[in-house]
Design a protein around this ligand. Structure first.
Ligand code: FAD
Length: 384
């Protein structure tokens, strides 16, 4: 059985069949929609360029018993409790993804996680609408970009000192500050939010922002509440080893809900990125079918925001040096590299896709890097 009909769940069905599994596959999905892609929700769907992002999966050929609108509510060894009754399993893939965090007082539809959220929000992003986005993270920046492009008057509020500060650190995140003014967006940093109402955001400093639309983009949490109390080990997600095996026999976890042991980085990672949901099911299916494979990719993520294409790869925790390729903040792009003990561990490329392809390979190789050559944007990362 596969619980969660998103990218990771649907890829798990495909991989189980690709690896020769001929038994019954039941796919449970809490939403009423066929599995679909989420990255376009904050980009093309919100912009009005796309309505349907359903994944292209040959469901008939895969022979999957798909049960949409059915949510798992509890787990016992061998049994998934669901809103449609108890269902037995021999092998189980947990792929319930993540749930957007909201704030007390925010109206329904203030977060962006599902296609229904995106279509509702799009209908409200009319020219002249006053939009307040709480949170200058990845989703907040992308929503602000699209809302401004649709002619809305957009204000982004963040308690941190820089946009993307949690993901990239304040110093690098600050380099994106000028992009907001260039897009006609007001950015309020180091500004706490005291309360949110559907038509008003009260700031901690006493100011109030009247608005027509509030969007809360303050992160997501693994959708594992239904597993609490089951006895399955959780550790900021479903705790799994490098084979994606959970603490019970015959149970694996993939995608946004999985906290997997990275041998490469020596820590447990929970990667809320599309690329991980795409690739982890290959290993999870192998594990479930009794084989041995290890999931240890160099994480990769992209974002399109404020006229720029950002790509991030690796894991920067523990870096002891930072090197920039090109002038940080230059309008035509630059690359920031994080190193530890002379080796590349993470890289952010702004409008420089070639650097990220080569950087990801260097991080995987783990070989020493020449810092002077790395700092020269004319020297390919692969040669530095
Ligand atoms: P999900 O896509 O969350 O799917 C999980 C599914 O499980 C959901 O359909 C949910 O309804 C269902 N479910 C949950 N609980 C239960 C239950 N108890 N029972 C049954 N079903 C359940 N990543 C990038 O790398 N680049 C991007 O540009 C990017 N943009 C994004 C933009 C948006 C707006 C969002 C929301 C995400 C974006 N991401 C991006 C992240 C990427 O989409 C996720 O990493 C990916 O969707 C994770 O796939 P998943 O299958 O693990 O989880």
């Amino acid at each position: 059985m596969v619980v969660g009909a998103g990218m990771a769940g649907s890829r798990s069905c495909e991989e189980l069949r690709a690896q020769g599994f001929e038994g019954e596959i039941v796919l449970l999905g809490a939403e009423q929609h066929l599995p679909y892609d989420r990255p376009p929700l904050s980009k093309e769907v919100l912009a009005g360029d796309l309505d349907d992002t359903a994944l292209e999966v040959p469901w008939d050929r895969l022979d999957v018993d798909m049960r949409l609108g059915v949510a798992a509510t509890g787990l016992r060894p061998g049994t998934v409790e669901t809103t449609g009754g108890d269902l037995p399993y021999d092998g189980l893939v947990l792929a319930t993804g993540a749930r957007a965090v909201t704030l007390p007082g925010a109206a329904g539809g203030s977060v962006l996680r599902t296609v229904d959220d995106a279509l509702l929000l799009r209908s409200r992003l009319v020219p002249g609408a006053r939009v307040v986005v709480v949170g200058a993270g990845w989703i907040g920046a992308e929503v602000a970009t699209t809302a401004a492009a649709r002619g809305c008057a957009v204000t982004v509020v963040d308690a941190g000192a820089a946009p993307l500060g949690i993901a990239l650190g304040d110093e690098v995140g600050s380099l994106t500050v000028p992009w907001y003014a260039e897009a006609g967006i007001e950015l309020l940093l180091s500004t706490g939010v005291a309360s949110v109402e559907p038509d008003r955001v009260e700031l901690a400093d006493g100011r109030a922002l009247p608005c027509d639309v509030v969007v809360v983009g303050v992160g997501a949490r693994p959708d594992t509440g239904w597993l609490e109390g089951s006895g399955l080990e959780l550790d900021r997600g479903v705790a799994v080893d490098e084979h994606l095996r959970a603490s019970w026999d015959g149970v694996v976890a993939v995608g946004d809900c999985a906290a997997w042991q990275s041998l490469r980085f020596g820590t447990r990672l929970r990667v809320e990125h599309w690329d991980d949901a795409l690739t982890a099911p290959v290993v999870a299916a192998t594990t479930l079918l009794g084989g041995s494979a290890v999931h240890d990719p160099v994480p990769y993520f992209w974002s399109q925001q404020l006229g720029h294409y950002l790509q991030h790869t690796g894991h920067a925790a523990g870096a002891d040096a930072v090197v920039h390729r090109g002038t940080p903040g230059a309008p035509d792009g630059w690359t920031t590299c994080w190193l530890r003990a002379g080796r590349l561990i993470a890289l952010l490329a702004v409008d420089r896709p070639r650097d990220v392809v080569q950087g990801r390979k260097r991080i995987a190789a783990g070989d020493p890097v020449d810092l002077t050559a790395l700092a020269d944007p004319a020297t390919p990362v692969k040669s530095a």
